[in-house]
Design a protein around this ligand. Structure first.
Ligand SMILES: [Zn+2]
Length: 304
């Protein structure tokens, strides 16, 4: 059968489109990044740094769930299809008998429009705001608004400025939504400068982990009972990113301008940690519930 010229053209166009779509699907949705140079998590060095600062190690860790939301799974784990993937918005608090330290501050219900399908718990966010006032220190896994939003929404910034420790990388990052903060407030903060490992409190050590954002860092916590935790922020959006060693797809990376090889190397390092180290992912509801059930941390900020 001899095709007419327009039929040949139409076949060529459809064929080319098909190939382009297949290539785009591969690179934008299905293809996880190849890891870059090794990212090193030295647990012995983290333990030494945690134990070196004077003072008792913390007693336990608490968590507040401020909101539920969701993304299509294909944006969360490369190649995992279009089902809806549930996510949570959390703030954690490390507790000593006489003081507390917060890890991330979630974001206010008023600012929550950027989270698709978000259902907020306003009372939980109020507890986060009160906990910020009481905390001796507040540190951040990274500078995205769903982690620093509690600070930008604080009714009295002056009352929390002293304990708010944004790193120099977080303060200088283009990913920090400066417009969300009341004018001039960020200039009042003393940037936290460190290299290597930095013990911000007894039992709590920071280690830079740029990739998801320029200001991303690991937060290592060691309790008095010996339990060890690594808070990874959004290096992973679900523990599956770590156990499957498969990060976000190219499209998510492009939208957030991540350093994909750096994040992939961090996922590989996290996957290699001993099983007794609790890896805390910021947005994973399945891990949250199983960790709460196992007593890894406690539900709700106590005494507020
Ligand atoms: Zn986040």
């Amino acid at each position: 059968m001899k095709l007419k010229r327009w039929q040949r053209t139409a076949l060529w166009v459809i064929g080319t489109l098909f190939v382009v779509l297949l290539v785009a699907k591969h690179f934008l949705l299905d293809n996880p990044a190849a890891p870059g140079p090794d990212y090193v998590i030295d647990l012995a060095a983290l333990h030494r740094a945690a134990a070196a600062s004077p003072g008792a190690l913390p007693d336990h860790i608490e968590v507040e769930k401020v909101a539920d939301f969701g993304f299509p799974r294909t944006l969360v784990v490369a190649g995992d299809g279009f089902s809806m993937h549930k996510m949570v918005l959390l703030a954690h608090r490390v507790v000593w008998p006489d003081h507390t330290l917060m890890i991330d501050t979630a974001m206010s219900p008023a600012a929550g429009g950027s989270l698709p399908g978000a259902k907020f718990d306003p009372a939980a966010f109020q507890r986060v705001e009160k906990a910020m006032l009481q905390a001796k220190d507040i540190v951040f896994s990274h500078e995205h608004v769903d982690h620093v939003g509690g600070v930008s929404a604080a009714p009295d910034f002056g009352a929390i400025a002293k304990q708010t420790h944004l790193t120099r990388e977080q303060l200088g990052s283009p990913k920090l939504e400066r417009k969300d903060f009341p004018p001039g407030t960020l200039d009042r903060l003393q940037p936290l400068d460190y290299t290597g490992l930095y013990a911000v409190a007894p039992g709590v050590v920071l280690q830079k982990a740029p990739g998801h954002s320029p200001g991303s860092q690991l937060i290592y916590v060691e309790l008095a009972n010996g339990a060890r935790y690594v808070f990874v922020g959004d290096i992973a959006w679900t523990k599956d990113n770590i156990t499957l060693r498969r990060g976000r797809p190219g499209i998510a990376t492009l939208l957030m301008s991540e350093d994909r090889p750096a994040v992939a190397a961090q996922l590989r390092a996290l996957a290699a940690l001993p099983k007794d180290v609790h890896i805390v992912v910021a947005h994973d509801p399945v891990a949250l519930e199983s960790d709460l059930k196992a007593g890894v941390y406690r539900r709700g900020f106590s005494g507020i």
